[in-house]
Design a protein around this ligand. Sequence first.
Ligand SMILES: Cc1cc2nc3c(=O)[nH]c(=O)nc-3n(C[C@H](O)[C@H](O)[C@H](O)COP(=O)(O)O)c2cc1C
Length: 360
Amino acid sequence: MLTRLRLHSSFRIAPKSLVPRPRLTSRYSTTTPPKMDQSNHPTRPKKLIFAPGDIAPEPSTPQHEHPSPSEVSTPTSATEAQILSHPAQAHQFGTNPPLTISQLSPNPLHQFNTWFHDPRLLPSSAPETCVLATAELPSGRVSARTLYLKELDERGWVVYSNWGSRAGKGAQVFGAQVDQGQEPGGMPEPHEDGGLETEAAGGNKWGALTFTWAEVERCVRVEGLLEPLSREESLVYWQTRERGSKIGGWASWQSSVLWEARGEEIPTLRKDIELAQKGDGSDGVEAVDDADGRGVLEARVREVEERFRGVEEIPLPPFWGGMRLVPESVEFWQGRRSRLHDRFRFVKEGEGWKVQRLSP
Ligand SMILES: Cc1cc2nc3c(=O)[nH]c(=O)nc-3n(C[C@H](O)[C@H](O)[C@H](O)COP(=O)(O)O)c2cc1C
């Protein structure tokens, strides 16, 4: 794309070929100029972790303590050599059989079901763990969070959450009108035509789910459109939850801010807690709760417990329920040696699917 530049009148117009091209994009083309070191080179940010897993924290360093500046400096060539010779650096995929088209089902949902039930995936590794990414409009700002897959049916992948909060994924998916007051708003219901009341509110129904199963060197990526389950469908799952989780579902206005302070205040807060613990000889639970907002949540839990005292069937909150990701594309990834992985992507085509092999 060409950009028209307005030149100051005192500039001499030079022959076109001699005018140095303005740098339209630059590595440092942010609004804040980069910080320079003494020799006028941009300073490199100090690395806290380099190749995760390779540099273990000093055993004597308590987890909450910040390392001293010398410990966080950019690795020296000696430490880099040590890092590169570490076995983790040389990790190779490919201890599992390759993935070929002959193993794939014509339907990606059925294929996912087969992979999900692979006996090598131990329940203790929670293979239902996935990451859902959504994006806010019009900014395009993306956010992703870990969720549990609860259902897979012929239509798509279903997760359950609070979708009524202005602060979280609900507002991204349904638009700002989801949350109009202090409390989370209601979750829109699908209409018979498949549309939603919030279509006009700037919601973005596109979402992506990723599953990573490291023990079998596999990954599945799903992209598609998010649609809420009907209240009746959500209720079926809600009723399987234990009472404490139902109370928690009502009490937590998910992702709304309960408390905040400036980072610099943390050492003072820590001291206050220590003093409170020493002063009253308690284990400090209350002091901790009061100091960082946990108490606000606990108070809400008590309110909700009171509200539903004697109520056997706690109702489904209007802001809570299931969301189905209806796939437009589904990729199955199997790790192979030398990063030459097998990747097959199903792409929706009319009523069926086309399948493609992707370059690793
Ligand atoms: C392993 C794991 C599983 C989770 N499962 C769920 C879940 O099924 N539903 C849910 O609402 N939050 C779940 N969470 C919490 C979410 O990651 C997240 O904090 C919450 O949904 C708020 O996201 P939001 O601010 O984007 O709305 C889980 C977190 C972890 C670490």
